[in-house]
Write a protein that binds this ligand. Structure first.
Ligand SMILES: [Zn+2]
Ligand SMILES: [Zn+2]
Ligand SMILES: [Zn+2]
Ligand SMILES: [Zn+2]
Length: 313
């Protein structure tokens, strides 16, 4: 069953949509396992772009079957009904509107890859210009994706550096500056006391240290699931307490945590729900003068050696 749009039975590309835009002689790769990334790579060698701003009917850029942005490789039947790759596959390569067999539509690929939009986080400082059908990929890694203030009743949204300022100024959160690779000693009044915002030396990254009955955890405060680009980093976090030496093993309790978990809202609940492990603090840890607990932590930043290509999703 094909969803109807604007009263039409189904949706077709305009008759001239298959005409390649421009004349740069780029041949799109046509092989099994072709992905948007390989098509993008082929298009990247195109002649210099001349860009104009246009208003465009968004529905022409989305798959009529699943409503997601049409991403190369695009398919169409002889009656010009289009479908995205996953939909063509799920329909056994047969158009549900007319039963025609789907074929690749390189012309549509070409123009879809030429449609660029500003990042949806432009208002939060992202200046990226994105191929429309790749916006969702960028969203996963956009460093300007806004994080939400966890204070009840406050609707503030902002990228991590702005959130840091907001929490410190508007909600009197304690913010501790950290230098990568240096040991930080944090005294919390009680283990259940909650949280400490840690601001990294680069001025960009925020981490949240939370302590609760469930244990201690450090997560990155970010609405982006991972980082992108040649300088993409991961963070290794070591958190420990000076517990009495175990008389049997001679070991102190030290736990290594990967700060790979991230949460878009710096709250205890979100942090505990994020990926990564928790350090459970043994009850025998001696309290410092004045009570509470002293945690020691060190965050190391390491640049990813290489990045495996993201599987098409
Ligand atoms: Zn689709
Ligand atoms: Zn059809
Ligand atoms: Zn962005
Ligand atoms: Zn707030």
């Amino acid at each position: 069953m094909v969803r109807t749009r604007g009263g039409k039975d189904n949706w077709v590309l305009p008759p001239d949509a298959g005409v390649p835009l421009g004349d740069d002689g780029v041949q799109l790769k046509e092989e099994e396992g072709e992905t948007a990334a390989t098509v993008m790579a082929a298009a990247a060698v195109a002649a210099p772009r001349v860009e104009i701003a246009v208003d465009f009917d968004k529905s022409l850029l989305d798959c009529p079957l699943c409503s997601l942005p049409l991403k190369p490789p695009v398919f169409q039947c002889p009656a010009k009904h289009v479908a995205c790759g996953p939909c063509a596959e799920s329909q056994a390569n047969k158009c549900p509107a007319c039963d025609g067999a789907y074929e690749r539509d390189e012309g549509a690929d070409r123009y879809l890859l030429a449609v660029r939009v500003p990042c949806p986080n432009q208002a939060y400082g992202c200046g990226s210009s994105l191929v429309y059908c790749m916006v969702s990929d960028h969203r996963l890694v956009c460093p300007h994706a806004p994080c939400r203030c966890p204070e009840p009743g406050c609707g503030f949204l902002g990228p991590p550096p702005a959130l840091r300022g907001h929490l410190a100024e508007c909600h009197q959160w304690q913010v501790t500056d950290i230098a990568y690779g240096s040991v930080l000693e944090v005294q919390m009044q009680a283990l259940e006391q909650g949280r400490r915002l840690l601001a990294a030396e680069d001025g960009e990254r925020l981490f949240l240290l939370v302590a609760s009955e469930r244990g201690v955890k450090v997560v990155r405060v970010s609405a982006a699931a991972e980082e992108e680009g040649p300088a993409a980093s991961w963070y290794r976090c070591k958190v420990w307490v000076h517990a009495p030496v175990d008389t049997d093993t001679g070991h102190m309790d030290v736990v290594m945590l990967d700060a790979k978990g991230s949460c878009a809202v710096p709250s205890e609940e979100a942090a505990m729900g994020a990926g990564g492990r928790c350090l459970s603090v043994p009850s025998v840890v001696p309290a410092p003068e004045g009570g509470g607990i002293v945690l020691r932590l060190r965050i190391d930043k390491e640049v990813k050696a290489s990045r495996s290509p993201r599987p098409r999703g």
